[in-house]
Ligand binder design. Structure first.
Ligand code: F3S
Length: 725
């Protein structure tokens, strides 16, 4: 939520001047009465009554006010009012706004020349009544087309406008009036203050979610502002005092602008602003309370007075100039004393209004500006406020003293800066552990660690966080600046807990990352075996230890890596897997040699005769080893040329026997061998003799070899072969 006060809000120059004049004279002891309300604001009227200032609404009974002083308000008054006071010997202080006074002079000159006067304005408005009084009987007031229609056709006329007339009204009626007057002397006397205020109101209303118009309900210029704002912003509210401040139905995303009529005192606007800000904890975007109007008005009035002085040199001012200089004892200061409250220890947001090498002056909305001394900007006071702040910057400050001895409010931002810094440290410790690096100057060794400062804040580094290795004597760090990360905020001891180890670890990790990123899956690397365990061997492949797992050492089953490898042995392996984050590399040795079964069809041709070693006998035959990792089967029927009950009847484990290769199937890992075939072939080669069989001899028909083929996979334990794939 953003809340903003319009630049052109609050007292205009003319009103401020009139109010200040009344206060000054009342405080000097004059018995004052004002002809009519000095402004359309009950708060101000009430305040003036506390100073003894009265108000009269008509000229009856003036004799009772003899000896008192009459004040003509900024709207001005017709000449008969002055005459009535003079007649009764009542002193007059004329606080008519110089811009209104100028209109009086214009219309008076016209009246003296017998020229008609046309006034664009509200017929019953006190300012218009005053102008009309000076213009005489040959004058007309118009405010709409109907009024212009009713005008007689005139040969010549002077045209002026009530100072608070909307410019659009003037532009609307001017061409119509021109049609009625042959020689029209048109003087656009609308006060620039009003124009600026209305322009700003329109602009703000177009860009606001909520418009607050502050001012008296009987103030016509405030009502006009309200109507204007309502046209462009549906959620426009007209409030007269702080109790009416709109606090409900506000959304946190609302953009709220506050504007005020020319008769609204600054303190009231500020009170409305503060009430809303405090209530909703809003974000204040801009806070410029009606200063622009007053300053510009003063400049214009000064220029106007200079022109008038040169035109009528020697003529004495009618007291008006004197009243213009009465701002020192201003009403605002008096009122703000009682309404804008600050207290020691309060945090407020102010605007930097002036900067020197030694101090920054901050407008905090109090009667006096606050001062931030140079010492607030650095620990050693070496930094100039000018190098940190700019005029116009908003700055959060703490009220240290309401009076520094010279009438200024003493401010501090150290605690606020410190609070913000602690929040930053805490956030860093919670969210970004190890992310942000700080420098910590070590100044003390204590039991359990080091003490130092980070940006002036007490910091503790536990001994375990000082290095990657154990440090025997922590004094080696004394006086050194260590780069650290915040790991914790020790609220109880109000100190930061930091780690230098984390930085070292980070650097080490970075180096390792670079090192590890050199290795990729599929690379061949040569390394030295550093250590052998039951499950494999660790190989140093250049600063990185990689694991050669037992299953990746050989295609044949080995019981222990130590059976085939030894520490210090240099081997070339294949990188099977790399995990840089988890720092893991797996190596393979067997993968660099072909699988034994891949070559069997080439090596063991069908029909070839080879020597094999019997490794195992089973009820259906005997397994033999052709080479490590490659076994074949001699079916029981193929062991001899006679019927056998058991393989052991003919051969035994460990025998080397000659066999013929009958079938090779590498995919199924099957090799069928026959010893019997060789025996038969040998017998066939020998000279034939008639075979005689005894009656009891058993005749045995041997089936063809192919029908007897047995798969090795059917008899080997599954794991023995699958694990090698
Ligand atoms: Fe004067 Fe303009 Fe205010 S005419 S009273 S300064 S609005």
């Amino acid at each position: 939520m953003k809340i903003n006060i319009a630049k052109n809000a609050g007292f205009c120059f003319g009103v401020k001047n009139a109010v200040d004049t009344v206060i000054k004279n009342a405080k000097e002891g004059k018995k004052l009465f004002i002809y009519g309300d000095i402004i359309h604001n009950q708060h101000v009227i009430d305040y003036l009554s506390t100073l003894g200032v009265k108000k009269i609404d008509d000229l009856n009974g003036l004799h009772r006010l003899k000896g008192e002083t009459a004040v003509i308000r900024s709207h001005g008054a017709p000449p008969e009012v002055y005459e009535a006071f003079l007649k009764e010997g009542i002193e007059v202080i004329d606080a008519t706004c110089p811009f209104v006074k100028r209109i009086h002079d214009m219309v008076k000159a016209a009246e003296e020349k017998g020229v008609a006067v046309i006034i664009v304005g509200e017929e019953k408005h006190p300012e218009v009544l005053g102008i009309k009084g000076w213009a005489g009987d040959n004058s007309y007031v118009v405010y709409d087309e109907q009024d212009v229609d009713n005008l007689p056709c005139l040969e010549s006329a002077v045209l002026v406008a009530q100072t608070t007339t909307p410019k659009s009204k003037w532009l609307e009626l001017l061409p119509l009036i021109k049609e009625k007057v042959l020689n029209l002397d048109a003087n656009m006397t609308i006060c620039e203050t009003t124009e600026r205020r209305q322009e700003e109101a329109e602009k703000l209303a177009k860009n606001s979610d909520v418009m607050i118009v502050v001012g008296g309900k009987n103030s016509s210029n405030t009502k006009r502002l309200y109507d204007l704002c309502k046209k462009y912003c549906k959620r426009t509210y007209h409030i007269e005092n702080i109790n009416e401040t709109v606090l409900e139905n506000l959304r946190r995303t609302d953009i709220i602008n506050i504007i005020a009529g020319a008769s609204t005192p600054d303190w009231l606007i500020r009170e409305v602003f503060l009430r809303m800000s405090e209530n909703e904890n809003m974000l204040v975007e801009t806070e410029t309370v009606g200063t622009e109007d007053t300053v510009k008005g003063e400049i214009q009035a000064e220029e106007m007075r200079a022109n008038e002085a040169s035109e009528s040199e020697g003529q004495s001012a009618d007291g008006q100039n004197e009243t213009l200089k009465s701002s020192d004892d201003s009403f605002m200061e008096e009122v703000e004393k009682s309404f804008v409250k600050i207290r020691r220890g309060q945090f407020v947001i102010g605007t930097v209004v002036q900067l020197t090498d030694e101090e920054a002056f901050v407008n905090i909305g109090y009667k006096s500006d606050g001062i931030l001394t140079k010492s607030e900007f650095s620990v050693d006071g070496s930094i100039s406020p000018k190098s940190i702040l700019n005029v116009g910057d908003e700055v959060e400050v703490e009220i240290i003293s309401l009076n520094d001895g010279q009438g200024n409010v003493l401010l501090s931002k150290k605690r606020i800066d410190a609070r913000a810094k602690w929040n930053e440290f805490a956030k860093d410790a919670e969210e970004g552990k190890g992310e942000k690096e700080y420098t910590c100057k070590i100044n003390k060794v204590i039991k359990g660690g080091l003490l130092g400062k980070i940006e002036g804040y007490d910091t503790f580094i536990p001994a375990s966080q000082t290095s990657l290795k154990y440090v025997e004597d922590l004094k080696v760090f004394l006086g050194k600046e260590l780069s650290v990360v915040i790991i914790e905020i020790d609220k109880a001891k109000k100190r930061i807990v930091a780690s230098h180890r984390a930085i070292l670890k980070k650097e080490e990790e970075k180096k390792l990352d670079e090192l590890w990123s050199r290795y990729s899956k599929g690379d061949q690397v040569t390394g030295t075996i550093k250590r052998i365990t039951d499950f494999g061997a660790f190989v140093d492949i250049g600063g990185v230890d990689a694991l050669l797992h037992i299953k990746d050492i050989s295609w044949i089953n080995i019981k222990s890596p130590a059976d085939v490898l030894s520490v210090g042995q240099v081997i070339t392996t294949l990188i099977l897997y790399v995990d840089v984050q988890r720092r893991r590399i797996s190596l393979g040795l067997k993968q660099l040699s072909p699988k034994p079964w891949d070559l069997v069809e080439e090596k063991y041709l069908i029909g070839s005769v080879i020597d094999v070693k019997v490794v195992r006998t089973v009820p259906f035959g005997a397994f033999v080893e052709l080479e490590p990792g490659v076994d074949g089967l001699i079916h029981i029927s193929q062991i001899a040329n006679r019927r056998l009950e058991r393989a052991e009847d003919e051969i035994k484990v460990g025998d080397i026997v000659k066999v013929k290769v009958m079938e090779v199937d590498a995919k199924k890992k099957k090799i069928s061998l026959s010893r019997r075939q060789l025996i038969i072939e040998e017998q066939e080669k020998a000279p034939k003799t008639e075979e005689k069989h005894t009656e009891n001899e058993e005749r045995y028909e041997i089936p063809p070899v192919k029908e007897m083929t047995v798969s090795l996979g059917d008899f080997f334990p599954k794991n023995d072969t699958e694990g090698e794939e």
